[in-house]
Design a protein around this ligand. Sequence first.
Ligand code: UDX
Length: 488
Amino acid sequence: MAHGDPLPPHVLIFPLPLQGPVNNMFKLAELLCLAGVNITFLVTDHIHRRLSRYANIHSRFRRYPGFKIATIADGLPADHPRDGNQFIEIFDSLKSPETKAVLRDVLCGDGGKQGPLTCVIADGILGFAFDVANDVGIPVISTRTVSPACLWIFFCLPKLIQSQEIPFPGNDLDELIKNVPGTETFLRRRDLPGFCRSGDISDPNVKLYETEGQINSRARGLILNTFEELDGSILSQIRTLCPNLYPIGPLHAHLKTKLLAGETAATASPPASSSLWQEDRSCIGWLDNQPLRSVIYVSFGSIATLTKEQLMEFWYGLVNSGQKFLWVIRRDSVAGKDWKSQAPTELTQGTQERGYIVGWAPQEEVLAHLAVGGFLTHNGWNSTLESVYEGVPMICWPYFLDQQVNSRFVEAVYRLGLDMKDTCDRVTIERIVRELMEMRKDEFLQEAKKMGELAKRSILEGGSSYTSFERLVSDIKTWSSRSLRCDN
Ligand code: UDX
């Protein structure tokens, strides 16, 4: 930069303190660094400790002089598990007056060598961050890491409650939903986010998401991790409420492609790992020795937990299907830790012959591996997009939140797999694995390949996500130059 040139825009990125959102926002941060934007990445102390232990974030971002990490306390006791089941507690604790004050100080500080903060990108659920940014006159852009389909349902929650579609009258979970425009022909009660089943509209989850539409309307735009060719119909619904959308996904691949294009020599290496667990790379060697498209990869993401009974049903179903399988069982994901030692011989033997179990896998690499022909997934949005991008068909076993919606979209809209939500017995699992990996294998692989190609095109020059990202950077630059900042 020549002497006297204005500083580049300086953006604060504030993700939700969970693996999926943090993963995602690191990717957005790196994309923006590549585009010449300075970044302060705000995470909780807890996330920061885990990142320092397992991920190579610090060394990765050392190559971007305009990047730094800042931390904020989440206010929870050290021994709090901070998993998906305690999501509301994390959220409530985060929006305390103390956090707001710290955030205000960060936003109003001089920003060091990166210069003053000129824009905030915050998870759309962190409404308090929008309040603070608006208060101090810094433009804010919302981002959501849940799927657009689920976000659209959140936007429709007030209408669903008003029309008394939720709480559900009666018990029929297959009844179609009428008040989510654009989905009337396929969205059933059972496909709504799980908390809609509680029968209680004072449920803190319902309250949290009911205000979502209002929060997003306070932002200048909304960044979504999807691409037009996949989610065009839902995006056009969301645009009726948030006209300025930036669909820039699949983010993981968008970043990888830009890095490989070697936009700067210093960055021509794979993206940072932001894993919160130690990856077991031995599974790649195991995959190398398996035939083409013969393995079903099984993983339920970073939050879902299984009961010991559910684990046994999946294990029997997988072994009985006769298919090869690579299964991620996180150490903290099974209730009752003695599952391995107590496993019946037929399971350990079947696994020795056809299976491989790890505690955490390099998932993107696994899904890109030619031996993988299917993915039994909880349909977290990242996992879903990673699978779409690699052209891998899915079996869907959602755990919570947007996953219930995503799984319906995978089967009924994208037509890339089979949804087995609300079932968990070995007979169904065996049948559905055989259906995806044997009986309808070619059909699903073909469809998945087509969508994977569209995904790949969307992030290349001139593609839909590529163009949206260019517009995002240009808008950030324009707004940053006009930002009012801390004048009150
Ligand atoms: C959470 C929510 O549950 C999900 O619904 C929401 O869309 C995002 O946040 P999570 O369980 O973290 O999801 O799942 P997902 O969004 O799929 O993210 C998991 C990430 O961990 C993926 O990027 C995946 O590649 C990675 N992963 C998973 C690994 O790297 N290794 C593994 O073994 C498993």
